[in-house]
Design a protein around this ligand. Structure first.
Ligand code: ACO
Length: 435
């Protein structure tokens, strides 16, 4: 009988920081309101040269290194995201190319903020069934491109980033012992992105109606979250045959500090045993739990044999929890330092050169701070420092920049024999960096 052990963790967040004070310039809000109602002080924003796939690829490549594996060892890549680079191909397919996981099957999972937990459960099942030996599970989001920066109810809550875990088949006991997944369709339209799908295809009308931005009924989501985090985590703990008092660390979805405090009180679970980083990243949806997990490992909060529970909730309403015995050696986390943010490249097609993906309002906010997020060829962020030892929180890594493909997408530009610009004759997909 195989077990699905945690072999490695990784994370990647953009260098650009959007503070509560920055948001005061965009909507009628205040640092005081955001801090007291949510606990969030700042969040990360992807730059012009960063996408969900590029963040996912760096986090994933780091997790593979920490696991002591080569990308070619990976049998499957699962990316949980509600902000994919494209409707198709899957973001996982782009990550596969970027990390060089030549043998891996690749697919995305859509379960909103619970997506990572759902993806983790699929990886676990693949390994237990004997279908895969090593599975890379990534939660990655660039939510800043799907937020209405005129809507104070949502834009203050979310941020960008990616976290990853490698699960490996092992004969030693360890890994997930109890998993609980739920979906409550009563919440189907409490958090949603109305336009762009088959029910409301993109049109001038959907753009004018701001239908391509995330919408949320905050109070109902809040009520659901406090209830479901507790019941879902308890169900997973129960399936493992454990009790809450034997849990060493709870890693909850980082949505709102008040939600977490309420769960802590309800379960009688002390805040000291709950990992929190939402003050620095806000809610990064499917990336929230794996970023927190990777940080907890780097911060020395997780040791082999520890009983860890991670739990998430989100649009759908979905929720999920995993109660697990930790297996990975935290000292191995230093290997993530060997993966520089620019050593992993996602290919994007030439004919999308002109697409400037950063919302115009954010371009202006960063410009006021002297940061140009639009100029091609310019690196505006300060270089990332090397990651620290496993016992200290590692500095935030900067993600890799996408690289242009020489191939044009059919019908949208010149083919390989018709170079788009001088120097584009080479068919190599990885020779020219964008930013
Ligand atoms: N700044 C200032 N005032 C604000 C802001 C803001 N950013 N946002 C809302 N307000 C106002 C509201 O308009 C309201 O004013 P009114 O009384 O005049 O109508 C007032 O503050 C109180 O609004 P509430 O919604 O009651 O505020 P609440 O204390 O519930 O906090 C919040 C709102 C933070 C959104 C909270 O409800 C929450 O965290 N909900 C859960 C959200 C969540 O976790 N979402 C993640 C979903 S996961 C996914 O899958 C994407």
């Amino acid at each position: 009988m195989f077990h699905a052990a945690n072999a490695g963790t990784g994370r990647a967040v953009p260098a650009k920081v959007l503070t509560n004070a920055d948001l005061e310039k965009l909507v009628d809000t205040s640092d005081e309101w955001i801090t007291t109602r949510t606990g969030i002080r700042e969040r990360r924003i992807a730059g012009w040269n960063e996408t969900t796939a590029s963040l996912a690829a760096v986090a994933g490549r780091r997790a593979i290194a920490v696991a002591g594996l080569e990308p070619t060892d990976i049998d499957m890549i699962i990316v949980a995201t509600l902000t994919p680079d494209y409707w198709m191909p899957s973001t996982a397919a782009l990550v596969k190319q970027a990390v060089g996981a030549e043998r891996a099957a690749a697919m995305d999972v859509a379960a909103a903020c619970s997506g990572f937990v759902y993806a983790y459960s699929v990886a676990h099942a693949q390994i237990l069934a004997g279908f895969a030996r090593h599975v890379l599970v990534v939660g990655a989001e660039v939510l800043s491109r799907f937020l209405d920066y005129a809507d104070r109810n949502t834009c203050v809550l979310f941020g960008d980033g990616a976290g990853a875990v490698v699960l490996s088949a092992a004969t030693e006991p360890g890994g997930a012992k109890g998993i609980e997944l739920t979906t409550d369709p009563a919440g189907a339209y409490k958090i949603w992105l109305p336009a762009g799908g088959a029910a409301a295809p993109a049109s001038g009308e959907t753009v004018a109606g701001r239908g391509h931005f995330l919408r949320m009924e905050g109070r109902e989501t809040y009520r659901y979250a406090t209830r479901t985090i507790a019941t879902t985590a308890l169900a997973a703990i129960d399936r493992a045959g454990w009790a809450p008092e034997f849990i060493d660390l709870l890693v909850p979805h980082q949505a709102n500090l008040r939600i977490i405090e309420s769960v802590s009180k309800g379960l009688g679970f002390p805040m000291e045993r709950i990992f929190i980083n939402l003050d620095r990243y806000g809610n990064t949806s499917a990336a929230s739990v794996p970023i927190a997990l990777a940080e907890a490992v780097d911060a020395g909060r997780v040791h082999p044999g520890d009983r860890i529970v991670f739990v998430a909730f989100g649009a759908g309403f979905t929720s999920g929890a995993v109660a697990m015995e930790w297996t990975a050696d935290p000292a191995a986390a230093v290997r993530a330092a060997s993966i520089g943010p620019d050593s992993v490249h996602v290919v994007i097609p030439d004919d999308w050169d002109s697409v400037g993906p950063v919302p115009e309002v954010l371009v202006r906010v960063f410009a006021a701070k002297g940061i140009d997020v639009t100029a091609a060829g310019k690196r505006t962020a300060t270089p990332a420092a090397p990651e620290g030892p496993a016992t200290e929180p590692a500095p935030d890594p900067r993600p890799g920049r996408p690289v242009r493909s020489r191939r044009a997408v059919a019908g949208r530009g010149p083919g390989p024999s018709e170079p788009m610009h001088p120097g584009a004759e080479s068919p190599s997909p990885t020779t020219e960096a964008i930013a």
